[in-house]
Design a protein around this ligand. Structure first.
Ligand code: HEC
Length: 273
């Protein structure tokens, strides 16, 4: 009998330790899932990115972004994972979508495609405009928000435009009528101010000057780009807000279940020792 209990104890205690380890692991896993991957803070060109002040639950902002996208981006880019009528989720009616956003004779059930021929695009811009369905996931909202505000005039480029975030980009500034025209001015480093960090020679630093105003003020332009980026983030994952809500509810539910399960476990194991 004695040997039997020791046997039982040995058998019991090993899974018990494993169970503890499992608990710790699942907590770590939940924390990792909740916090998610942290996006990079600098672009390839080494420019510091501005955080995009977007709000995925702001429907008015999403509608405004959809309008800017249809007006200024869709002639070159497609968003072929998105159907027009999905915009009804943003509170737009079918006729609003048809009358205000669809300039070609598409049907609302169709995908947001583009009629531009890839070969011609390559010839014109040196690169094919990529589909923007999931760009927000690949690049991140901050990158997009910074990129769309970082164009400047550069006569050395075939399009006449360059970009501080995406150097030598093939895309001309699609929003220049709104933003106006900026030029890049090299700043002369005074008294080695740039060498403060002591990491080798100073990088040339630039500032950007608005030489011709657009139809929007700089603040209004930033808001327009914010809405556009909000929309691009939505397009990349239209179900994201509901996914996050469900995720939170599930975790809360599991949390509420935890004491009950613990009590139940105590009840089950009561007689073992
Ligand atoms: C005149 C055509 C044209 C228009 C209009 C245009 N783009 Fe582009 N876009 C391009 C081309 C060409 C590229 C590829 C550039 C390259 O790789 O050098 C590009 C690249 C991009 C990229 C980079 C994608 C990546 O991950 O490399 C983003 C983001 C983008 N465009 C967003 C937009 C948005 C948003 C609009 C509307 C405001 C817009 N574009 C309007 C031609 C256009």
């Amino acid at each position: 009998m004695n040997t039997l209990t020791t046997l039982a104890e040995n058998k019991v205690c090993a899974p018990r330790r494993n169970w503890k380890r499992l608990q710790v692991l699942s907590l770590l896993f939940a924390a990792a899932v909740l916090t998610g991957p942290s996006p990079a803070a600098a672009s390839d060109a080494g420019v510091k990115l501005d955080p995009a002040p977007i709000n995925p639950t702001d429907v008015a902002s999403l509608q405004s972004g959809a309008r800017t996208f249809a007006n200024y981006c869709l002639n070159c880019h497609s968003a072929s994972l998105m159907r027009w009528n999905r915009l009804m989720e943003l509170g737009l009616s079918e006729s609003q979508i048809k009358d205000n956003l669809m300039f070609a004779s598409d049907k609302v059930g169709e995908l947001m495609t583009v009629s531009m021929i890839r070969k011609e695009a390559k010839q014109a811009f040196g690169a094919v405009p990529p589909d923007l369905s999931v760009t927000a996931r690949a690049r991140g909202a901050d990158w997009l928000y910074s990129y769309l505000r970082a164009f400047y005039r550069d006569p050395a480029r075939p399009s006449g435009w360059n970009n501080a975030v995406f150097e030598n980009v093939g895309m001309p500034n699609p929003l220049w009528q709104l933003q106006g025209e900026r030029v890049r001015v090299e700043q002369t480093a005074k008294g080695g101010a740039d060498k403060k960090d002591g990491h080798g020679p100073a990088h040339p630093s630039y500032k950007y000057e608005l030489v011709k105003s657009g139809s929007l003020s700089p603040v209004q332009y930033d808001e327009t780009v914010r809405d556009l980026v909000n929309f691009l983030v939505y397009v990349a994952e239209p179900a994201a807000p509901s996914r996050k809500l469900i995720g939170t509810l599930v975790l809360l539910f599991l949390l509420a279940l935890l004491p009950l399960v613990w009590l139940l476990k105590r009840e089950f194991w009561k007689d073992v020792h």
